[in-house]
Write a protein that binds this ligand. Structure first.
Ligand SMILES: [Zn+2]
Length: 240
């Protein structure tokens, strides 16, 4: 495909995506693609969702959304509560070839926000059953030994990092098949740079106003720039 046709296609795609999000223009939109894509940020084909930008598709890792949990549409109350409790959330859409438009599939929310929302919905037995299923899948995904090593590496590099935070960083980073830094070849060998990248990614979401900036509609690079010093301060504190 020529570059021109590609850029026209991308423009059409963005317009369709914007249409799908029309009722809530501030939503971050993640596309569940119909086929494999190459991320224009990292050059990988990581699978999962993508964010369509002017330059082309970006993976969830490159858009700082890869720590979020997918909640399939179907339970309106649970979805509403989870999004409300989640500092950062995105709407997942998928193109319907038959209807020629993007349709909502679900949302990406913080794991803790989902757990909190589920607490509110506990009266519903079906929700409990789904929770059990998700817990089972998550346990199956997690490589417990790798996570323990990663948590230890975080504490070794950042002695001031609270142990519970080190464990949370290792848990998020270590989920199998997620494409997060910790699962990359460098992350597996617990290379210092990869461990630091995992810590930075987590600090950006947890210890800074980054998610709030994104949700307010500020672009990712500007938001990253705004929280850069704050991240450095936290890392300095944790190095001691
Ligand atoms: Zn990428």
């Amino acid at each position: 495909m020529s570059g021109n046709a590609g850029s026209n296609r991308r423009r059409r795609e963005r317009r369709r995506v914007a249409d799908a999000a029309e009722d809530q223009p501030a939503d971050l939109i993640v596309i569940s693609p119909l086929s494999d894509f190459t991320c224009v940020g990292c050059g990988d084909e990581p699978g999962g969702g993508l964010v369509m930008e002017a330059a082309g598709p970006l993976c969830l890792g490159c858009t700082d959304l890869d720590h979020l949990t997918y909640l399939l549409a179907g339970d309106a109350a649970l979805t509403r509560r989870a999004r409300k409790a989640s500092g950062l959330s995105a709407v997942v859409v998928r193109f319907s070839r038959s209807r020629k438009r993007y349709e909502r599939q679900g949302v990406l929310v913080e794991e803790e926000a989902l757990a909190q929302a589920e607490q509110h919905c506990l009266a519903d037995e079906e929700v409990r059953a789904r929770r059990r299923e998700r817990d089972r899948l998550r346990r199956a995904e997690q490589d417990v030994e790798f996570q323990a090593q990663l948590a230890a590496a975080v504490v070794r590099l950042f002695p001031g990092c609270p142990p519970s935070r080190a464990e949370a960083i290792a848990r998020h980073t270590g989920a199998r098949g997620s494409g997060r830094v910790g699962r990359s070849a460098a992350g597996r060998s617990l290379d210092d740079a990869a461990v630091t990248r995992a810590v930075v990614a987590s600090v950006r979401h947890q210890e800074t106003g980054y998610d709030r900036l994104l949700m307010s509609g500020i672009g990712r690079s500007e938001a990253r720039e705004q929280v850069r010093d704050e991240i450095e301060r936290t890392l300095d504190r944790w190095r001691r």
